[in-house]
Design a protein around this ligand. Structure first.
Ligand SMILES: [Zn+2]
Length: 345
């Protein structure tokens, strides 16, 4: 993806930059947002630790939110398991499904009214249109061959629809967001400035699925805005999602949070940690009697927060996180690391 870096920010982004700077002064509101589509693993643990430290060491607040909107892939029992795993690591939060709070409910599938209202606003503002294309249609119509892991850019087949035109039959279309062609910029706390021409690079993207449920992008933006989230710490595989979410935040006249995209954890083949790399579930290590401090210690050492791997609690790391000096390359988990996790450092 052509995400480039440049020196001079485009003028229209200056307000957003000033806004970011002023919000940086207040204690952050962060979030831990596990997706119960599978068990939480070592990579998730590392990202959650960094998100937790970023909020807590700045005197900020944390919200736990369950991102289960991608419902066909949600695993039974995984929601409770995610909460248990986070608590076992020694992380805590101020609001969440287990303890309530003013911004609840904290489970996305219970927040669909909020998403429907946002969608309605976007439709009324002319920023959404119904799209009946199938995945195959889009792949065939896309003019340029796509070179990234991303889906091909939507060619705009259905973009001529205007408010007042008839809607296709229910169940045969999704709502798609009209992106704008301008350059968009954001400054990441870890990797600095990113600039992308969102329209040509990412295209118009879905706000709903054909079955009617809300897309991940719209749900996340609605939740972050409604919950007052000002700081988002997550894996750097989501940088292109951030550009889509910034489009939505602007269209909904919301305030953008600060972003810190942290490097992912990979297996020894250099690919993002997954099932093929063996059992890296937190529950596996917990059941094997591994103390959480050993996992936290690995996460801190592999992120550059500690010069060596030692058993340490999350609370003992408060004050150690500095995004400017965070290790930039992905952490690698191989047999040696697994053995040290299981048998002792
Ligand atoms: Zn279409």
């Amino acid at each position: 993806m052509p995400i480039s870096k440049r020196r001079d920010p485009p003028a229209e982004e200056e307000t957003a930059a000033a806004e970011e700077a002023s919000r940086a002064a207040a204690p952050p509101v962060g979030r831990l947002a596990p997706s119960p589509t599978g068990a939480q693993h070592l990579g998730n643990a590392r990202t959650y630790l960094l998100a937790w430290l970023a909020a807590r060491q700045a005197g900020g607040k944390l919200i736990l939110r369950i991102e289960d909107i991608d419902s066909p892939r949600v695993k039974e029992g995984a929601r409770g398991q995610a909460i248990e795993d986070l608590a076992w690591l020694g992380l805590d939060w101020d609001e969440g499904p287990d303890r309530g709070g003013a911004q609840g409910p904290y489970i996305q599938t219970e927040r669909s009214d909020l998403y429907a209202a946002a969608l309605q606003r976007l439709i009324e503002a002319g920023r959404a249109y119904p799209c009946v294309c199938t995945r195959k249609d889009i792949a065939e119509a896309a003019s340029a061959p796509h070179v990234t892991h991303e889906a091909p850019v939507y060619p705009g087949t259905c973009a001529g629809w205007q408010g007042g035109d008839a809607l296709p039959a229910a169940g045969t279309f999704c709502w798609r967001f009209r992106t704008r062609a301008r350059l968009r910029r954001f400054v990441d706390l870890v990797s600095g400035e990113h600039v992308l021409a969102v329209g040509p690079s990412l295209g118009d993207f879905p706000l709903t699925h054909k079955r009617g449920t809300c897309s991940y992008q719209l749900a996340v933006v609605c939740d972050d805005l409604a919950m007052g989230v000002t700081q988002v710490v997550r894996g750097d595989d989501l940088i292109s999602s951030t550009f889509r979410q910034l489009e939505l935040i602007d269209a909904l006249a919301g305030q953008r949070p600060q972003y810190a995209h942290v490097p992912l954890v990979c297996g020894k083949d250099g690919r993002r940690l997954a099932k093929r790399h063996g059992d890296t579930r937190l529950a596996f290590f917990r059941d094997a009697g591994v103390p959480p401090e050993r996992i936290i210690g690995w996460a801190a050492w592999s992120s550059g927060l500690c010069s060596r791997w030692q058993e340490v609690s999350a609370a003992e790391l408060l004050g150690r996180l500095d995004f400017a000096t965070l290790r930039r390359h992905p952490a690698r988990v191989d047999e040696t690391i697994e053995q040290r996790l299981l048998e002792g450092i």
